[in-house]
Design a protein around this ligand. Structure first.
Ligand code: ADP
Ligand code: MG
Length: 611
C-alpha cells in the first residue's frame, strides 16, 4: 500500500481523482441550476432551526444567491468543515439513516456549491462572542476572518458556474431560471408556514411571508382569490395522517397548476397518489382541467425509503396501496362535505400539527372503513335532473303515499278555504293540463301550470335574504356573455338576484360567472334561466322599479314552472296539490290568473237538483 502514489506501474491505470474534480462531478448532480442551489441553501436553514429566512437573488441567481437565516449558526471549526465533502452534522451512524427527519444528510451540498461558485459564509452561534467569515472559490480556500455578525448564517453564492462555462451556457433565460427558483421557494415555504420568509429579486421584494397558518401561507403565495377557493382535507389513520387543502372543483385550472404533495414536511412527486386525488375530482371538473391541491402526508419515517438521490423528489412508501385508498377517500369526503354544506366556514384554522407516531409504533392497516362506491355527490346529482320537484321526488309509486301521510300539509285556515284535501284524496291529471282533486267542501280543478307558478313564486319570494340554504352550488360554474346594457342591468339587480339564491360575479368585460343558483331550481342551463330573467327586466315595467323581488320571482317562476301539455307523474300531481294548498294565495298565479276552480258539493247538489 505504501507504494501507491509514489510508485505507479505502467500497467496500473486507476488513480484517485483530486478532490476538486470529484466535487465538480458531484456538483453536476446536486447543483444543476441556480434553483438547486437555492433549494439546498434553504433546506439547510430549516435544518438549522431558523424562524426567519431571507432569500436574495440577482440575475435569477446566476449572479448572486444569498440566503440569510437566524438559525443555530456554526462554530469556527464547523464553518471551515462545512465545505468538505461528506461533512454533515446530521448523520452519525448508519442507524440514523432510517430515522431521517432533516432535509439534508449527505453533506454534499455546500461542497458541491463551493466547487462551482465564489462562496462567502458568515456565521455565528448565539453562545459565541464573535462570528466567522470564510471565502471559498471553486473549492479553493481563500481566507477566513473573525467578524461581527448577527446570530445565524448568511451564505452568498456568486457567479455560479464561473469555472464551468459549459454549465453556465446551459442555463436558461432569466425568466425561466427565476421560475425554477420560485418553484423551489414555494415547495419549502409551503411546508413551513411557521417560518417567515422574504424573497428579494433585483432588490425588489417578490414575496413577503409572515408566520401564519397554512391557508394564509397559500394565499400569500398564490393570491387573495385563494382564500375562497380552498377546502380543507383531514384524515387520521394508523398508516398515514393527511391534512391540507384542495381547490374547489369550480376553480380547476386549464393548466397544471398548484399541485403539491408533501411527505413528512418534504416535497414529493407521486404520479400514483396524484391519480388518487384526480379521480376523486373526476366527475366534477372537465377533462382538460386540473384540480389544485396542497396535501400533507405524515407517515412513520421507517415506512418510507429515504435513501434517495438529493435532487429526486419521489418517495417509496411501504404501503402505497392503502395510502392511495385513504387519500382518495379523504379528498372525496372533503369535496362531498363542501358540496352538501357550502355555507360552512372554512376559514377556521386547520391545525397542521399532526401528531408524530410513537417511536416503537406498529403499523397496522387503516381502521377506517373505505367504501369504494361511496359517492358524496349522489344527493347533489339528484337535484340536477329535470324533475321540477326535487325535494319531493320519490322513485317508487308506493313511496308517494307514505310521503303524503308523513308530511302533514300546513294549510292555512283550511276550513275557510274549503281545503285541504282529505287523506284519502287521490288526485288525477286530465288532458295533460288539469288536476282534479276533491276536498271536504267540493271538487277542485287545478291548472297545473298556473298552480306551479304560484308555488315557485312564493318559494322564491319567501327566502330570507342571505339565506345560503336558498342556494345550490353548480358543479361547474357557468359563464354568460352579456351586452353592455345587460351587464349594467345585472349589476343593478345583483342584490336581488343574490337574494333569490344566485351567486354570481363579474368576470371580465360584460360577462358573469354563475356559481350558484336558487336551491329549488333544477335546470341544466342556468345561463338560459338568467337570460330569461334579464329579458323580463328589460320590459318597461313600472313594477320592476317598485318591487324588483316580485318581478324576478314572478319571471323565474314562469320560466321554471311545469307547462300545460306536460304529462305529470302521480307524485308530481300530489306535490302540486299539496304545495298549492300551502300557499298564501293559492287561487291565483303571480300574474293574477286563476289557478283553480272549486265546485262545492252544495253547488253540485243544486246543479243535479238533489236538494
Ligand atoms: P447536509 O445538509 O447534507 O448535512 P450540507 O453540505 O448542506 O450538508 O451542509 C453541511 C453542514 O453544514 C450541515 O450538516 C450543517 O452542519 C452545516 N450548515 C450548512 N448550512 C447551515 C446553516 N444555514 N446554518 C447552520 N449550519 C449549517
Ligand atoms: Mg444540506
Amino acid at each position: 500500500m505504501v507504494f501507491i502514489g509514489t510508485f505507479v506501474k505502467m500497467s496500473d491505470l486507476i488513480q484517485l481523482l483530486p478532490d476538486s474534480v470529484a466535487n465538480q462531478i458531484a456538483a453536476g448532480e446536486v447543483v444543476q441550476r441556480p434553483a438547486s442551489a437555492v433549494k439546498e441553501l434553504l433546506e439547510n436553514t430549516i435544518d438549522a432551526g431558523a424562524s426567519e429566512i431571507k432569500l436574495i437573488i440577482r440575475e435569477s441567481g446566476k449572479m448572486l444567491i444569498q440566503v440569510v437565516d437566524n438559525g443555530c449558526g456554526m462554530s469556527e471549526r464547523d464553518a471551515r468543515m462545512c465545505f468538505e465533502r461528506h461533512a454533515t452534522s446530521k448523520i452519525r451512524s448508519a442507524d440514523d439513516l432510517f430515522a431521517i427527519r432533516t432535509l439534508g444528510f449527505r453533506g454534499e451540498a455546500l461542497a458541491s456549491i463551493a466547487s462551482v461558485a465564489q462562496v462567502e459564509l458568515r456565521t455565528k452561534r448565539t453562545e459565541d462572542e464573535i462570528g466567522t467569515a470564510i471565502i471559498v472559490e471553486g473549492t479553493e480556500f481563500k481566507g477566513q476572518s473573525a467578524v461581527n455578525c448577527p446570530d445565524g448564517t448568511s451564505i452568498s453564492v456568486k457567479n455560479l458556474f464561473f469555472n464551468v462555462p459549459a454549465r453556465r451556457n446551459f442555463l436558461k433565460s432569466n425568466t425561466l431560471e427565476l421560475k425554477y427558483i420560485m418553484e423551489e421557494f414555494f415547495r419549502i415555504s409551503l411546508v413551513n408556514p411557521n417560518i417567515a420568509f422574504n424573497f428579494y429579486n433585483q432588490d425588489k421584494i417578490l414575496f413577503q411571508l409572515p408566520v401564519s397558518n397554512l391557508k394564509q401561507r397559500i394565499v400569500n403565495l398564490f393570491g387573495n382569490s385563494y382564500g375562497q377557493r380552498l377546502i380543507p382535507v383531514e384524515q387520521h389513520t394508523d398508516i398515514v395522517n393527511i391534512a391540507g387543502f384542495i381547490g374547489k372543483p369550480e376553480f380547476a385550472k386549464k393548466s397544471r397548476g398548484e399541485q403539491y404533495f408533501f411527505t413528512n414536511s418534504r416535497y414529493m412527486k407521486s404520479p400514483y397518489l396524484h391519480h388518487a386525488v384526480e379521480t376523486a375530482f373526476r366527475e366534477l371538473i372537465p377533462n382538460d382541467s386540473f384540480p389544485s391541491y396542497f396535501l400533507y402526508l405524515e407517515v412513520d419515517p421507517k415506512t418510507i425509503d429515504v435513501n434517495i438521490h438529493p435532487t429526486k423528489t419521489e418517495i417509496n412508501f411501504q404501503d402505497i396501496k392503502s395510502i392511495y385508498a385513504i387519500l382518495h377517500a379523504a379528498v372525496k369526503q372533503s369535496i362531498g362535505k363542501f358540496n352538501l354544506s357550502p355555507s360552512l366556514d372554512f376559514n377556521v384554522e386547520q391545525s397542521m400539527e399532526l401528531p408524530a407516531l410513537p417511536k416503537d409504533h406498529q403499523v397496522r392497516p387503516p381502521t377506517i372503513t373505505l367504501n369504494p362506491d361511496y359517492n358524496p355527490f349522489e344527493k347533489r346529482m339528484r337535484t340536477e335532473n329535470q324533475n321540477p320537484f326535487p325535494e319531493k321526488m320519490h322513485n317508487s309509486i308506493d313511496g308517494w303515499q307514505k310521503l303524503y301521510q308523513q308530511i302533514p300539509m300546513p294549510a292555512p285556515e283550511p276550513e275557510l278555504m274549503g281545503f285541504p284535501a282529505s287523506e284519502s284524496t287521490k288526485s288525477i291529471q286530465v288532458q295533460n293540463a288539469f288536476i282534479i282533486t276533491h276536498t271536504k267542501t267540493g271538487i277542485v280543478i287545478i291548472d297545473q301550470q298556473h298552480a306551479h307558478e304560484r308555488i315557485l313564486y312564493e318559494r322564491f319570494l319567501d327566502q330570507p335574504a342571505g339565506d345560503t340554504s336558498a342556494s345550490q352550488k353548480l358543479l361547474l360554474p357557468h359563464s354568460i356573455q352579456l351586452t353592455s346594457d345587460e351587464a349594467l342591468m345585472v349589476k343593478e339587480w345583483l342584490p336581488h338576484l343574490m337574494k333569490l339564491g344566485f351567486d354570481m360575479a363579474e368576470f371580465g368585460k360584460n360577462s358573469y360567472v354563475i356559481h350558484s343558483i336558487p336551491a329549488s331550481v333544477s335546470t341544466q342551463n342556468p345561463g338560459e334561466l338568467l337570460e330569461t330573467l334579464i329579458e323580463s327586466l328589460k320590459a318597461p315595467d313600472k313594477e320592476s322599479k317598485s318591487n324588483p323581488n316580485h318581478v324576478l320571482a314572478k319571471n323565474m317562476a314562469k320560466k321554471l314552472a311545469v307547462k300545460r301539455g306536460r304529462k305529470l307523474m302521480q307524485e308530481e300531481v300530489d306535490t302540486i296539490v299539496e304545495n298549492l294548498f300551502s300557499c298564501k294565495v293559492p287561487e291565483f298565479s303571480p300574474e293574477g290568473k286563476p289557478t283553480l276552480t272549486l265546485f262545492t258539493y252544495e253547488e253540485l247538489n243544486r246543479k243535479f237538483k238533489l236538494s
